[in-house]
Design a binder for this molecule. Structure first.
Ligand SMILES: [Zn+2]
Length: 348
C-alpha cells in the first residue's frame, strides 16, 4: 500500500487552505468523495513546506459539515475549530511536547493518542490523529503506534509526518499510504508573500532564502530584520570557513551557545555552513556552476580556488560529521573544535 503517487488530477483541484501540493490535495479530496479514506497516511518531505497544514486541511475535509464535494468549506463550526486547532476530534503528537532535550517521541505521547483514539468521535464521523516527527518515535512508542495501525478503530484516521519516509520503521510505513511532498516552486512562495503585503522585491528575496519552505518564508516575512540578520550570518560563516582565526572564534562562540541550550541555533549555523561548503565544492569543480548562495559567490569562488576540490570536500565532510557528532551527544566542544581544525587546516 505504500506508494508514491503523482497523479494528474482529472477534476479541478478543490480549494483547500493549502499552498501547492495540488495532485495530493486532488487525490485526498477524491478519496473523500468516493469513500476510500485510508486509516493511515504518511506525509513525507522537508519541514516547512506545508506538511502539517495539509494534515489539518485533510482533517477539516473529513470533519466539515458541508456536502462532500464542497469540503472543507472553511466556514462551518468544524472547519473553524480545526483551523484554530481546537477541534475535539483532532489530536496531535509531536516531539515539541516532550522535555526540551528529548530527541525522541516517548511512549507516553503515543499512549495518550491511543486512549484518545479509543473513544468514539465527539462531533464528527472521524477521529484524526496527527503524528509529527514520525521518524523520531522511541522504540516503545513505535511498537505502541503499530498496534493502533494494525487494528485501527473504524472511525480513526492517522496522519504521520516525517522528513524522510525511509526513516520511518518499515512495519509502520507499510501500513500507511505515503505521499511525498516537495518544496514549493519559488513563484508560489513569492505570490503568497505578495498576497500578504510584501513588496515584490522583498518577496523575491525571501522566497529565495526560504527555498520552497513556505512556513519559513512566512516566518521571515513577519520579521523586519530577518533578511539582514541572515545575510550577516552567511558572512560570519563564510569568514569562519576562510580564515583560521575566524574559524576558532566561530567554534568558541558556537560551543558557548550550545552549552547555554541554544542547540537548534548552533545546528542551523552548521547546516548553513554545510550548504556553503557544498556550494564551494560545486565551484571548485566548475567556477560557473549555479549555486544556492549566490549572494556569497565571490567569497566562495575564492575559497574554492584556494582549496581545490579535495579541500572543499574535506570542509563539507567535517561539517556534516560535526552535525552527526552533536546528534550523537559527542561533547559540543570536541565536535566544534574538530570542525574548526579542518576548516583551518585547509585554509592555508
Ligand atoms: Zn466546513
Amino acid at each position: 500500500m505504500s506508494e508514491f503517487t503523482h497523479d494528474i488530477p482529472t477534476e479541478p483541484t478543490p480549494r483547500w487552505p493549502v499552498l501547492g501540493h495540488e495532485p495530493i490535495v486532488a487525490e485526498l479530496a477524491r478519496s473523500l468523495r468516493t469513500g476510500h479514506v485510508h486509516h493511515a497516511y504518511l506525509f513525507a518531505g522537508p519541514a516547512g513546506i506545508g506538511r502539517t497544514t495539509l494534515a489539518y486541511a485533510f482533517a477539516a475535509a473529513l470533519l466539515c459539515e458541508a456536502p462532500v464535494e464542497a469540503r472543507p468549506c472553511g466556514q462551518c463550526r468544524a472547519c473553524q475549530r480545526v483551523a484554530r486547532r481546537v477541534h475535539p476530534d483532532v489530536t496531535r503528537v509531536s516531539l515539541e511536547q516532550e522535555r526540551e532535550d528529548a530527541k525522541l517521541v516517548s511512549i507516553d505521547r503515543i499512549r495518550e493518542l491511543r486512549a484518545n483514539l479509543s473513544l468514539r468521535p465527539l462531533e464528527g464521523a472521524w477521529r484524526v490523529a496527527i503524528v509529527d516527527d514520525a521518524e523520531r518515535l522511541s522504540r516503545d512508542a513505535a511498537d505502541a503506534l503499530l498496534k493502533t495501525l494494525e487494528e485501527p478503530p473504524p472511525y480513526a484516521v492517522l496522519v504521520l509526518i516525517a522528513e524522510d519516509a525511509n526513516a520511518v520503521p518499515e512495519t509502520i510505513r507499510s501500513r500507511c499510504r505515503t505521499y511525498q511532498l516537495r518544496p514549493l516552486p519559488p513563484a508560489v512562495v513569492e505570490a503568497a508573500l505578495v498576497a500578504r503585503g510584501a513588496s515584490p522585491d522583498r518577496a523575491a528575496r525571501l522566497a529565495k532564502l526560504a527555498r520552497g519552505r513556505i512556513a519559513e518564508a512566512l516566518r521571515l516575512a513577519e520579521d523586519a530584520d530577518a533578511l539582514d540578520r541572515y545575510e550577516r550570518q552567511v558572512a560570519e560563516v563564510v569568514a569562519a570557513m576562510s580564515e583560521p582565526l575566524a574559524a576558532i572564534g566561530f567554534a568558541r562562540r558556537a560551543t558557548d551557545r550550545y552549552r547555554r541550550g541554544q542547540r537548534v541555533a548552533v545546528q542551523q549555523l552548521l547546516r548553513l555552513a554545510a550548504e556553503l561548503w557544498r556550494d564551494a565544492v560545486w565551484l571548485a569543480a566548475d567556477p560557473a556552476a549555479s549555486i544556492v548562495h549566490e549572494e556569497a559567490r565571490g567569497a566562495l569562488l575564492e575559497l574554492a580556488r584556494r582549496r581545490g576540490l579535495a579541500g572543499t570536500v574535506a570542509g563539507l565532510a567535517a561539517t556534516l560529521q560535526c552535525l552527526a557528532d552533536l546528534e550523537a551527544n559527542v561533547q559540543a566542544r570536541l565536535a566544534l573544535d574538530a570542525v574548526a581544525v579542518v576548516w583551518t587546516e585547509t585554509a592555508g
